[in-house]
Ligand binder design. Structure first.
Ligand SMILES: O=c1nc[nH]c2c1ncn2[C@H]1C[C@H](O)[C@@H](COP(=O)(O)OP(=O)(O)OP(=O)(O)O)O1
Ligand SMILES: [Mg+2]
Length: 182
């Protein structure tokens, strides 16, 4: 069985990616060592720099995932600040910010960065459009899943298997698998 090292401290991301890789017969190994996260408006340079940095440090091919929730009524907030905002204020306060907003549309984005030592990093972007719910719903998933609605149910309600068929992460990983198989 082939292997891939995923540098992330986020257990929810890792568990999701692991089951997506399992279906491709690739064993996913978590490295929690981290990497410096650039301050950028876009996720692509953050993932690209992180993958390059980790590949040179560990001296093995690695992947990273920089992701986030972009809420249209909030000008794309929290976007690249998603992890900071999740830890600092949480879903309830994000819903408070959205209290008077009619436009509930939002985009979940995942950028997978892959790099082999002494090579350039390559990135694959996946997106899914949905709505910010009026209240938290569901017990599955992680992070913003309880407030991100897709076809009437939140990502925390639809369950891991359903989420893994259509999520931003799945869409980015499908592009990665296509590239790997070339
Ligand atoms: O499918 C998802 N369902 C719910 N929430 C999600 C999802 N995907 C990303 N998110 C949230 C988690 C974190 O608050 C932020 C990403 O921040 P991001 O820096 O990429 O991840 P992180 O700091 O948690 O882990 P790490 O950098 O070690 O991979 O967006
Ligand atoms: Mg992070």
């Amino acid at each position: 069985m082939r292997k891939m090292v995923f540098v992330t401290g986020n257990k929810g991301k890792f568990n999701e990616a692991r089951s997506i890789f399992e279906a491709k017969d690739i064993e996913l190994i978590q490295d929690t060592g981290g990497y410096p996260e650039l301050q950028e408006d876009e996720l692509e340079p953050i993932a690209s720099f992180g993958a390059k940095w980790a590949a040179e440090k560990l001296k093995i091919p690695v992947m990273v995932d920089d992701s986030g929730l972009f809420i249209n009524a909030l000008n794309g907030f929290p976007g690249p600040y998603s992890a900071f905002v999740e830890n600092k204020i949480g879903n309830k306060k994000v819903l408070r910010l959205m209290e008077d907003e009619d436009d509930r549309t939002a985009v979940f984005k995942s950028v997978i960065g892959y790099c082999e030592p002494a090579k350039e990093a390559i990135v694959f972007t996946g997106m899914v459009e949905g709505l910010i719910s009026l209240e938290e719903k569901g017990t599955g998933g992680f992070g913003y899943d309880p407030i991100f609605e897709y076809n009437g149910r939140t990502f925390a309600e639809i369950g891991d298997d359903e989420k893994n068929k259509l999520s931003h992460r799945r869409r980015a990983l499908d592009k990665f698998f296509e590239w790997l198989s070339k």
